[in-house]
Design a protein around this ligand. Structure first.
Ligand SMILES: CC(=O)CC(=O)SCCNC(=O)CCNC(=O)[C@H](O)C(C)(C)COP(=O)(O)OP(=O)(O)OC[C@H]1O[C@@H](n2cnc3c(N)ncnc32)[C@H](O)[C@@H]1OP(=O)(O)O
Length: 430
């Protein structure tokens, strides 16, 4: 038996993305659900690419934070959209790597000839974060639900004590260390001696680049207005190093206290989705591909025993992916490195320049070296746009594809760090 396409893989075209403007938590999208927002971006793609009633091969997506009733979030979003109801959908999740992994999943199916076209993306809302009840109360309520007689029911009710009534509110803490992602990253920033000034400079550049991208019409694939928003409302066009220098550190203590609300991503709500297809499908539908999704890699690090920083996995994933293609770190025209925290980007770049790190931890003969910083996050990134966890991957892939299309040729490197010590990276080219 041979594979669907005779055993060879096909090029995967990135046709374009859609996202809603990202909103700071508990603001413009406070009453929007994950499903509302993901449906909106799917319908954005339907409108842009004329997909009304079209049956796509599959839609993949996910959310880091979701309610139990959202177990079929992506399928429900498809059913709420103007895509054909016969379009299958899958939910997946890899913390902040979710969006990029969803795109990678669709790309793999297209490459193998299993589907012709599909959508990958993600959505998150910290405004509508699921709040669970305590484990003890939950168990008693299940018992109550299963009780057959009134007597049994009353007995369960009578067993409920005030101490059972508690809430489990999601936090961005790592379950195995109890530290938040910011606290973990503060330790990594200290290890790599990333200064407060360097972090603030990166944050200002992100705001300036994103502001310029709105001014020059770059963000024309946003679904707007969405709930009254025309642009990401975390963006501060007047951001400056002087203003950021005044903010108090929010993560880390002593020498590690360099991270502030200005050089960390804010809690954010939003959604994004990217349409991918085979070259044949793109041709048949009269769509010119923006770029091609070449490859992806995922790495995980042991942050639990302190062997590596929580958000350093992309530093490991990139060289593995480069080796597969005989590429160097310098062989790229654009670098899209998700700015979870300014210091995460700077620690990763410094690690790639460091001979000891590259030799001892990456087993490389020579350091990967520096990148041309003028090619980094040239249209802004998460510090300015905000970071609705699972939606970030789609924003970045769509952005990188547009950059390559505008340039006419070239290569983009994508890097997204994720909770649990994981990192997802990818290469796009045109
Ligand atoms: C999840 C994964 O898998 C991987 C990842 O990506 S890891 C990243 C995950 N994300 C996080 O961990 C989120 C981290 N962020 C947070 O927890 C919070 O946003 C935070 C603790 C950093 C800040 O929270 P906060 O204090 O409520 O912020 P906020 O009120 O907006 O800002 C504090 C002050 O700084 C100011 N400020 C913020 N950004 C600014 C900027 N760019 N310029 C000037 N001032 C700014 C605000 O105006 C505010 O000033 P006032 O107090 O005078 O109003």
């Amino acid at each position: 038996m041979t594979a669907p396409n005779g055993g060879s893989t096909r090029r995967v075209a990135v046709l374009g993305g859609n996202r809603i403007p990202f909103a700071r938590s508990n603001g413009a999208y406070a009453t929007a659900s994950n499903q509302d927002m993901f449906t909106a971006v799917l319908d954005g793609l339907v409108a842009r690419f004329g997909l009304e009633g079209e049956r796509l091969g599959e839609v993949a997506g996910g959310a880091v934070l979701k309610h139990s009733h959202d177990f079929n979030l992506v399928r429900e979003s498809v059913l709420g959209s103007r895509l054909a109801p016969e379009t299958p959908a899958v939910d997946l999740q890899q913390a902040c790597g979710t969006g990029l992994q969803a795109i990678n999943y669709i790309a793999g199916k297209i490459a193998l000839g299993q589907i012709e076209a599909g959508v990958g993306g993600g959505v998150d809302t910290t405004s509508d974060a699921p709040i669970a009840i305590s484990e003890r109360l939950r168990k008693k309520l299940i018992k109550l639900n299963n009780a057959r007689t009134m007597k049994d029911r009353l007995a369960v009710l009578a067993s409920i004590r005030p101490g059972d009534i508690g809430l489990a509110i999601p936090s961005n803490g790592e379950p195995r260390t109890g530290l938040s992602m910011g606290e973990h990253q503060a330790l990594t920033a200290l290890e790599w001696q990333i200064t407060r000034e360097a972090q603030d400079e990166l944050a200002v550049a992100s705001h300036q680049h994103l502001a310029a991208s709105y001014d020059d019409g770059w963000q024309d694939d946003l679904v707007t207005p969405y709930r009254g928003l025309e642009r990401d409302n975390n963006l501060r066009a007047d951001s400056s190093v002087e203003k950021l220098a005044k903010l108090k550190p929010v993560f880390g203590k002593g020498a590690a206290a360099t991270m502030t609300a200005g050089n960390s991503t804010p809690l954010t709500d939003g959604a994004s989705a990217v349409l991918l297809s085979s070259e044949d499908w793109a041709r048949e539908h009269g769509v010119e591909p923006l770029a091609y999704f070449v490859d992806s890699e995922v790495a995980a690090v042991d942050f639990v025993h302190g062997r590596e920083g929580l958000l350093m996995a992309p530093a490991y994933a990139v060289p593995r992916m480069l080796a597969r293609h005989g590429l160097t770190l310098q062989d790229f025209d654009f670098y899209e490195i998700h700015e979870a925290f300014a210091s995460q980007v700077l620690s990763t770049l410094k690690a790639w320049e460091d001979p000891v790190f590259c030799k001892e931890r990456l087993a490389l003969d020579a350091p990967l070296g520096s990148i041309d910083r003028a090619k980094l996050n040239v249209k802004g990134s998460s510090l300015a746009a905000g970071h609705p966890f699972a939606a970030t991957g789609g924003r970045i892939v769509a952005n990188a594809a547009k950059l390559l299309a505008q340039r006419g040729e070239g290569r983009a490197l994508i890097s997204v760090c994720a909770a649990g010590g994981q990192g997802v990276v990818a290469i796009l080219e045109r």
